[in-house]
Design a protein around this ligand. Sequence first.
Ligand SMILES: Nc1ncnc2c1ncn2[C@@H]1O[C@H](COP(=O)(O)OP(=O)(O)O)[C@@H](O)[C@H]1O
Ligand SMILES: [Mg+2]
Length: 380
Amino acid sequence: MILPGKTLGVLGGGQLGRMFAHAAERLGYRVHIYEPSADSPAAEVSAHAVHSLYTDLKALEAFVRACDVVTYEFENIPTESLRKLESAAVFRPKWQILEIAQNRLREKTWLRENNFPHVRFAECEAGGNLAEAIRSIGLPCVVKTADFGYDGKGQQKVTDELSLGRAVASFKGQRAVVEQWVDFKCELSVIVARSTAGETRCFPVAENIHTKHILDLSILPARVAAGIQGEACAIAEAIAERLSLTGILAVELFLADSGELLVNEMAPRPHNSGHWSLDGCVTSQFEQHVRAVTGLPLGDVSLTAPSVVMVNILGDSWKWAGDQCVGEPDWTVILGTPRAHLHLYGKKEPRPGRKMGHFTVTAASAEAAIELALRLKAAL
Ligand SMILES: Nc1ncnc2c1ncn2[C@@H]1O[C@H](COP(=O)(O)OP(=O)(O)O)[C@@H](O)[C@H]1O
Ligand SMILES: [Mg+2]
């Protein structure tokens, strides 16, 4: 057990690291951040920060040696670096899990090999025949880059011969995954924690609404039958077990029109669809992550209100004149509303599509929470 007072290292300095640091420091831990860029949301609120590349083994080794445990808030860390430092650090979750989750092809292959329900896919190796891979899956489908994808970047839907040709031209022989298009009732996510002792605990299931491939709204609890929620949790727990996870893991799922639950993605770190837990749950996902990686007992995951809705605040909410930012949203809209909570990540430069913050509302029913959330979003 790594007791309060010890030092927790985080690889990555974004908003997830910032909120992790808040939770860790509240429990009396010191947080060190490792982040390539000089200005980062997490470094600003942590005891110490190192700015260097993830391939700088010397800096990375000095960093991990100063920490009692090292975790991640960012997925695309070269695991080659982590493998070389294995004897110098305690990585939780173990880096092998990061390696699976950071690459779509490895992730989907792992799901298939371990018999978890997933979306049918075909692989296209670098320089391979993408058109053939697309035809093997059938239309409609979606082509995704194998590496470094987030918020829908590097994805193209293919519905006909024309879009097929466009996809082949734009992927230019890159390694890709071709996935069957899933018509779904809704998207769900489950965050599961697994302790050093092997105990697992799931947060309530979130229903997620994406706009332009970016998470827009999370609704808690998800408006699906209890049986579906139970099934989603059982899948997440079984994945955590199979991975021998220590820490938290977010599992994104589609509830297909057929009624089937299919795993879309996994992330061994706090997740955007768990931000609601800061205001709507006894224990936040960030505190749960701290507890899980330090060996503390896992926290209570009960909702603190009948319904919670989280809304992402993107740079689009700033005032723009062409591509010039000319003003910020009117925060008093949220700050002046009871049961609304504003979180800003301290990012200096707003950009369309960039996650700048989020807000949460709690209410007595899903209808009331959604109505209030959408009204505040529009008023921003
Ligand atoms: N096979 C699919 N069928 C239907 N919708 C999809 C499919 N793949 C992705 N999407 C939509 O695009 C969103 C982003 O895709 P995802 O695979 O989660 O990538 P990212 O890494 O960008 O989050 C999903 O949340 C979903 O709304
Ligand atoms: Mg996703």
